[in-house]
Design a protein around this ligand. Sequence first.
Ligand code: NDP
Length: 248
Amino acid sequence: SKTLEGKIALVTGGSRGIGAATARALAENGADVAISYASSKDRADAVVEDLKALGVRAKAFQADQANTDEVSGLVAAVVSHFGRVDILVNNAGVFVMGQVHDRANNVAELDRMFDVNVHGVATAVRAVAPIMADGGRIISIGSIVGDTSPWPGLADYSATKGAVAAYTRGWARDLGPRGITVNTIQPGPIDTDMSPADGEMAPTLSASTALGRYGKPEEVAAAVAFLAGPQASYITGATLNVDGGITA
Ligand code: NDP
C-alpha cells in the first residue's frame, strides 16, 4: 500500500513551483491534499484536478500567508473539510532582494517578506500543532541562504529562512514528545517562477553547484514526501539541503 494513504496534508502555496510538485508527490503516495494559494486561482484549480486524477481527495483554499487571520482561517477550513491535518508543508514564500545601505529599498516590501516567510509559517504551525495527531509531520521549505549568504542583497531573505530553520529546531523540541517531527528542507536553485533556469543569475548558479545544473521542483518534492513518510520517523529538528551540492 502507499506510504501516506489515509493521511491529510496541507501544502501552502501549492498553485505553482515547488508547492505544486510537493502536492503531487504527497498525492502519489496516497495522501489527501489541501493546497493554499494567494492569487493564482486557475492554477490552483488545475493542480486540484491533477491531484484528483491520482485518486485522492483534494481542494484549494485562497489564503494570504501575510495575514494571520487568513492563515488561521485556512487551517480551520482544512480541518472542517478534511477532518484533520496530519502533514503540514510550509512552502509558500516570496523572494525580495535589497542591500541594507540602498536608500531606494522598498522597506515595506522587505518587511512583508518577513510576514509571509516567517510569521505565516509560525501562524500555521501555531494553528496546526494543538490539533495535529501524534506522529504528525511538519516540513518547511527554507533555503540554503538560511545558512549562507553567497552574494549581496540577500540579507532580508536569508534572515527569513534562517528564522524558519531556528523555529524548526525549537518546534522539534516542543512536539517531539508527541512523535511529531519538524524539519526544514533547504533548496538550492530550483527551476520555478521565483528562480527560472533561464534567468539572469542561472548560469552562475548552475556553475556553483556540484552537479552543474538547476534542480527541478520534483527533486525537492521527493525529499518532502520522504520526510512526510514513516521511513523518516527518527529525523527531527533537521535541515536537509536539496541543492545539487551548491553548499558542498
Ligand atoms: P514560486 O514563486 O514558483 O511559487 C510560490 C508559491 O507560493 C505560489 O503557489 C504562490 O501562490 C504562493 N504564495 C506566494 N506568496 C503567497 C502569499 N502571500 N500567500 C499565500 N501563498 C503565497 O516559488 P517556488 O516554488 O520557487 O518557492 C517555494 C518555496 O521554496 C518558497 O518558500 C521559496 O522561498 C523556497 N525556495 C525556492 C528556491 C528556488 O530556487 N525556487 C530556492 C530556495 C527556496 P500564487 O500562485 O497564488 O501566487
